[in-house]
Design a binder for this molecule. Structure first.
Ligand code: SF4
Length: 304
């Protein structure tokens, strides 16, 4: 049952991180208008099941007035609210309070703050750390998101899949991460990548929505376009087993998707991939022209 939506409020970001599963950067375009936020919240209410709304990006603090108003609208409509940010404006704990207090007043329930090497290198006293302290001082529920750089892991002592190459660390290899982070990592045979590890594609509990109208089941796999078909109707009419990308993924994971779309070694594609998402993303990127409405937008595939 769909209970949450995450707004990709903007694809623009002050950073350009290697681990981003989108292609966000200072030059990436695509930002919700306030009218679009309003329409989407109305539609979320009509589903009767969605009860939580997050705002993320890109970096939503880049559009602070829009973020604040969107939060207030979501709260007034009765949703639980959250924001995901890298907290770049937090030059000190006191200054971070200047940014966070208005969001708290607007109805912010939960704040996730990215605080890791990808965003801030090995700096100890990061803006994110200051924002975490400020949020705690204000009484805002908060938690850090810390993603490690991926490393090969020795799993020779593990009975299950003994000896199979494994990569440790946080990122999933899709979006820019599939291009920037896979070099030198151990590869697994493509046929073995036969399950989606992260998403319940059959009965999703949350989707991401973007300013172009895409309703993402996983980043870059669209349920449909909510500017063409209202979100509540899209959600009610979702049939995973007739979605041409989701159906193979449900039947047999990225390996089945690769087989059905013909992105296999006998057609010149690689035999090994770091993980399921690396194969899934590679297959999808090679198939963009076949499903332009469902595999989109360019901001996810780095093709814009
Ligand atoms: S396997 Fe594909 S659909 Fe599943 S989480 Fe990875 S990228 Fe998303």
């Amino acid at each position: 049952m769909l209970t949450g939506i995450h707004f990709l409020l903007t694809y623009t970001c002050n950073f350009e991180c290697d681990h981003c599963f989108l292609y966000c950067s200072p030059g990436t375009t695509g930002t919700f208008t306030l009218d679009q936020v309003n329409t989407t919240l109305d539609e979320a209410g009509k589903t009767g099941t969605i009860n939580s709304v997050f705002f993320e990006g890109g970096e939503p603090f880049l559009y602070f007035p829009l973020l604040k108003e969107s939060l207030a609208l979501a709260k007034a409509a009765g949703f639980k609210t959250g924001v995901v940010t890298n907290a770049y404006p937090a030059t000190s704990v006191n200054d971070a309070k200047l940014w966070l207090a208005p969001l708290q007043e607007a109805g912010l329930d939960f704040l996730s703050i990215s605080n890791d090497e990808f965003h801030y290198g090995d700096a100890g006293d990061t803006p994110a750390g200051k924002a975490l302290k400020a949020a705690e001082a204000l009484g805002i529920n908060t938690s850090p998101i810390c993603i490690d750089r991926p490393q090969p892991v020795d799993n020779s002592a593990v009975e299950k899949d003994k000896g199979a190459p494994v990569t440790g660390g946080g990122p999933r290899f899709r979006g820019r991460a599939a291009e920037k982070l896979v070099k030198g990592l151990p590869l697994r045979p493509w046929e073995s990548l036969n399950q989606c590890p992260d998403e319940d594609l059959t009965t999703p509990s949350r989707v991401h929505v973007d300013p172009f109208g895409h309703v993402h089941l996983c980043q870059g796999i669209s349920m449909g376009n909510m500017w063409d078909t209202p979100l509540s109707e899209l959600a009610a009419g979702y049939r995973p087993h007739s979605h041409p990308v989701v159906a193979p993924l449900v039947r047999g994971g990225p390996a089945e998707l690769a087989k059905e779309l013909g992105i296999t070694p006998d057609k010149g594609y690689a035999r090994g991939y770091v993980d399921e998402c690396h194969l899934c993303y590679t297959v999808r990127k090679a198939s963009l022209g076949r499903f332009p409405e469902l595999l989109a937008p360019a901001q996810v595939y780095g093709t814009g």
